[in-house]
Design a protein around this ligand. Structure first.
Ligand code: NAD
Ligand code: UDP
Length: 308
């Protein structure tokens, strides 16, 4: 198949491209390099079945493809809050453009949505039926509400124009190739510990997240794309940890002497998050296979190599 991956030079997108190329597909990677980098896809640059297009999805584009994985959007709070108006344009106008493309070329379209559609959840763990608790005027809303509109657009294009959609709600994912300055918690803690700096715990560190290794996540995305259930489907690892537990784990793995410093908790920071993956198990036969300890080992090795 010819497969378009928007945001393909980013963290998850580049791992997805590795899998698609290895499976013998023709891949078009479309990216504006805001948080993505050519380094992530460098190994495919001279492959005749790979094509890289520098393009901003807030502008329309004409291409041919059988499937579209739509991942383009900064995912780290630091990056999506850098230019929030641009983030919401990417989620709304960008997704509209990509759905318009899918409609015209009759491509199957998978949206990379997020657990952030549940906001600061008051139901725990979060099943897909939960409608969320999102502050529509807060600093996270350019991303949260942007993704909620992106889901709305996907379902409306499906109902109105018969676009063949799939919607994945991705929970916190980590692994090799996260940017050193990504700003998300796993990369921050690993980089800080490797550089002998104190680990920055926001708030009291008792808020929780559930961390999925990127290879597991990519497997889930591909399974979702290639079966009939349209979703939304939660994809994440149900193993739930407080941020303090994560800091202590990384501290123990890299530098037991590393200090922890406490910083202010950003506003609207969700207090708890854990995916209910009943649907992913049922429809995709998918569940994560890589425990946090193993995934962290691989992630630390990657950062160690890059930082040295
Ligand atoms: P990332 O920031 O590494 O990748 C995003 C990619 O999109 C980058 O390569 C960036 O340059 C590109 N991009 C951004 N705006 C663009 C635009 N206007 N036009 C073209 N390209 C653009 O993030 P990631 O972690 O790989 O996330 C990928 C997708 O998965 C995102 O849609 C994100 O919302 C979603 N997601 C990720 C996580 C996670 O934990 N990593 C969790 C939930 C959802
Ligand atoms: N966090 C932290 N220290 C950091 C970065 C993040 O304590 O250096 C916290 C953050 O406040 C949040 C959790 O870790 O409670 C996960 O943050 P991240 O930005 O990785 O993802 P998200 O909040 O979008 O789930």
């Amino acid at each position: 198949m010819r497969i378009l991956v928007t945001g393909g030079a980013g963290f998850i997108g580049s791992h997805l491209i590795d899998r698609l190329m290895a499976a013998g597909h023709e891949v078009i990677c479309l990216d504006n390099f805001f948080t993505g980098t050519k380094r992530n896809i460098f190994k495919w640059m001279n492959n005749p079945y790979f094509e890289l297009i520098r393009h901003d999805i807030t502008e329309p584009i004409r291409l041919e493809a059988d499937q579209i994985y739509h991942l383009a959007c900064p995912a780290s709070p630091v990056h999506y809050q850098y230019n929030p108006v641009k983030t919401i344009k990417t989620n709304v106008i960008g997704t509209l453009n990509m759905l318009g493309l899918a409609k015209r070329i009759k491509a199957r379209f998978l949206l990379a949505s997020t657990s952030e559609v549940y906001g600061d959840p008051d139901v725990h763990p979060q099943p897909e039926e939960y409608r969320g608790n999102v502050n529509c005027i807060g600093i996270r809303s350019c991303y949260d509400e942007g993704k909620r509109v992106a889901e709305t657009l996907a379902f409306d294009y499906h109902r109105q124009n018969n676009v063949d959609i799939r919607v994945a709600r991705i929970f916190n994912t980590y692994g090799p190739r996260m940017l050193e300055n990504d700003g998300r918690v796993v990369s921050n803690f690993v980089v800080q510990a490797l550089q002998g700096k104190p680990l920055t715990v926001y708030g009291d560190g008792l808020q929780t997240r559930s961390f999925c290794y990127v290879d597991d996540l990519v497997e889930g995305l591909m399974r979702l794309m290639n079966q009939d259930y349209i979703g939304p489907v939660n994809l994440g690892n149900p193993g739930e940890y407080t941020i303090l537990e994560l800091a202590q784990k990384i501290q123990a793995m890299i530098n037991p002497d590393a200090e922890l410093v406490y910083k202010d908790l950003p506003s609207d920071d969700p207090k708890q998050r854990q995916p209910d993956i009943t649907k992913a198990k049922k429809y995709l036969g998918w569940k994560p296979t890589i425990p946090l300890q193993d995934g962290l080992k691989l992630t630390i090795a990657d950062f160690r190599e890059r930082l040295v």
